[in-house]
Design a protein around this ligand. Sequence first.
Ligand code: GLA
Ligand code: ZN
Length: 688
Amino acid sequence: MITRYPPISVKCPHFLHGGDYNPEQWADTPEIWDEDLRLMKLARCNVMTIGVFSWSQLEPEENKFTFDWLDTIMDKLAQNGIYAALATPSGARPAWMSLKYPEVLRVTSEGRRQFHRERHNHCRTSPVYREKCRRINTKLAERYKDHPALLAWHISNEINGDECHCDLCLAAFRRWLREKYANDLGRLNRAWWTRFWSHEFSDWEQIRPVDPSVHGMMLDWKRFITDQAIDFFRNEIAPLRALTPDIPVTTNFMGVSSTLNYWKFAREVNVVSWDSYPPWHSPQGDTMTACQAAFTHDTNRCLKGGRPFMLMESTPSATNWAQVCKLKRPGAHLLTSLQAVAHGSDTVQYFQWRKSRGGAEKFHGAVVDHGGGENTRVFRDVARVGEVLAKLDAVIGTTVPAEVAIVHDWENRWALDLMQGLGLDLRRSNTVTCMAHYRPFWARGIPMDVIDQMCDFSRYKLLITPMAYMLREGFAGRVEQFVASGGVWVATYWTGIVDENDLCFPGGWPGGGLRDVLGIRDEETDATWPDEHNRVVFSAGNPLGLTGEYESRDIHALIHAESAEVLAAYGRDFYAGRPALTRKAYKQGWAYYMASRNSDAFLNDFYGRLARDLKLRQALPGDLPDGVSAQMRADGKREFVFIMNFNAEKQSVDTGNETFTDMISGGSIRGRINVGGYGTSVIVREPR
Ligand code: GLA
Ligand code: ZN
């Protein structure tokens, strides 16, 4: 097992600190360029993402390339010891291209071609667009392949799952389907259950992915969109791989956005990077926001099996697009930056370095404001991050040693989103459900992995699969293996309902052979209105040692315990007394079934009990105050513990009986310490 990964680039074995830099907007005022460089060094920035939206400056007319300004910037960066995450410019194209080649413009599901405007809206199938991208990328790679500033390739920008319904895309989808169904339309019709509402297809040309009533088709359309995005990406990187085989390639993902299956996409990049904009200081509270951010960081770390990722974008103050664009409170910038590091980021990068004077993002937070200079609160906050990161070199390449994993699967999410049933608000995003099951571990400082159904989970002690409605190929078998060989598995209501084509399992739920592992039969499911609740009542002397009653809501499966033991039962309604929580000893392991959507108090106590029984590793031995997170990175020898207080008030935290070194102050730490409001400590201990 790998205990320490190499740095993102061998060129720089330090934390990368920097941001999106748009020098092309200041090409007429080169004195600003020099001022930028002075400020970058002052803030201890060592990387800048450049060229993301530079196409009109790089190719102002078709085939007329103007690289001089970029040459100057690359040279200036290198002279000042700053690296470039050099972007390919395909996120936004010049207007001449849209006018001359309308096929590069996306078409809506209603068949309307879009006008040239904004960004991120090209057709990903268009041969012309692909050719244009490949051409400019080749030129960039040829020109800068040996440039000392070139650190990484940043491909395009926030490649998303937005759809294009042009004829080229439809033809590509039909080709994709022919391949998937071995040219057999009958097979496709069966997989999509098309006799429903007379949707059978007798010719491939009839297929148009605009019908939410044909779930199998819409699911395949989503799979196709991911594959097509990957195909587009491969076209972009082909010249880069050929000319700069040693330069890592990444593209900035968007957290846990469901539109593209990042699990598939992540295989194509050398390092995962993502753009993080949590709603800090919003009505849901910073503890909730911190937990959601932690979940998303953990996901991005797991996308490449635990390899450190890049925090490619974050705002140093406020965004310009939130419902309320609130500034980060004092301390919060260092805290939220180190939170990414605590969960496995080896970089802290921002959108944006300098505010643009015009355009849609002129009021988006930046390191350098319109007033210019270093004499601002935000600049000082950023410089402080630079100062702290410089002390954390030993953390580079270490990872998070998780013994518990939660399964948050993109294809399952798509299927749940397409599904009609249970009640629109009740089926709610699987992400929310997964985060609720994640929180008890986060609150205890227990390192977690967040994975998908296709990941190897054999190494975990505990596996949690909230609402695994769709069982992807092979998943059920691997779950059975996991439990058989000693793992503990927690499944919930609405598990094992459909196969990978979104066809219901016949013969009783959970399907896929999991009924025997869990020892239950799920007969029917009751949904309740938001203000209706049931109770989950623990039976006396149950082996978990939990007592009393907890609230349940939204979804209640009415199950039969076939070979499982009943730990708790419903307290109300016509199904009072029927099983609400079961457990079965299956071969060497245990399988739990949680039949209802339960309160946070239930999840906290239930998982707290499992964590204790399984002796899951915690970053710190004691209980943590609410809103304080403790996370751990390790390399097999040393353990780095990040203590993060997301409360505005100071908190006292028990670090246990061992002696730690405070990596920021250099002092020794033992026992209880005070962590200020929005404060962060990074401490290191030798292994026990
Ligand atoms: C995204 C984009 C950036 C910028 C920021 C603003 O992350 O990648 O170009 O628009 O949002 O928050
Ligand atoms: Zn298209």
